[in-house]
Design a protein around this ligand. Structure first.
Ligand code: SF4
Length: 199
């Protein structure tokens, strides 16, 4: 996959140079583990706040874009129509998009359903699975508020162009920190084998 091993930060020069770069993040079909890894940079989060401003993100609970962002960080792949809509919104509003973690890069654990017919998955989860209470009330959720599922779980780059890929489940906090700093400062960063060996 192109760019998987290298953060080439030439795009950094196109970023907003007058103010701090603006970062947005989201979780699609993910478990929030990648977001926890962002927070796992410990006290460097204070340095990060000096380096960037966070916009739409679960970190600050901002729900909508009302300005253009420099970096969009995406956790999780796309398993339903809502994920696709959010991802396209990020592509529209962010200069650079990063696939963070295996779910965003390859679909991850949610993509285990890809080889099984979706009806069979739903029946196992809600009707027949060993953890389902068989008291006659079991049903497959069908509320109109629920976003329709896609036929498969798709990695983000199958839906929109992604600029960079940070592997791991989750990517290590050090890796996220180094990549963000390299991107912001316009340096090149190579990912050594050690940081991708668990993929
Ligand atoms: S890559 Fe791992 S930690 Fe990140 S969202 Fe997927 S399962 Fe969770």
């Amino acid at each position: 996959m192109e760019n998987v091993n290298t953060i080439n930060t030439q795009l950094a020069i196109t970023m907003n140079t007058k103010n701090k770069p603006i970062v947005a993040t989201t979780s699609l079909a993910g478990c929030f583990g990648c977001h926890m890894s962002i927070l796992d940079i410990d006290e460097r989060i204070l340095d990060l706040i000096e380096l960037v401003d966070f916009h739409k993100s679960p970190i600050n609970d901002l729900k909508k874009f009302d300005r253009r962002c420099d970096i969009g960080i995406i956790e999780g792949g796309c398993c339903n129509h809502e994920n696709v809509k959010v991802l396209r919104d990020f592509r529209k509003n962010c200069e650079v998009l990063i696939s963070l973690g295996e779910c965003a890069i390859m679909g991850g654990l949610p993509a285990l359903r890809n080889s099984i017919p979706i009806r069979e998955c739903l029946e196992e989860a809600y009707l027949n699975g060993p953890s389902v209470l068989k008291d006659g009330s079991q049903m497959i959720p069908n509320d109109i508020e629920l976003p329709p599922l896609l036929d498969k779980v798709y990695p983000c780059h199958n839906i929109v162009k992604m600029d960079y890929f940070l592997p791991g489940c989750p990517p290590r906090a050090d890796l996220i920190w180094q990549a963000l700093v390299a991107l912001i400062e316009g340096n090149e960063m190579k990912l050594p084998y050690e940081v991708i060996k668990f993929d």
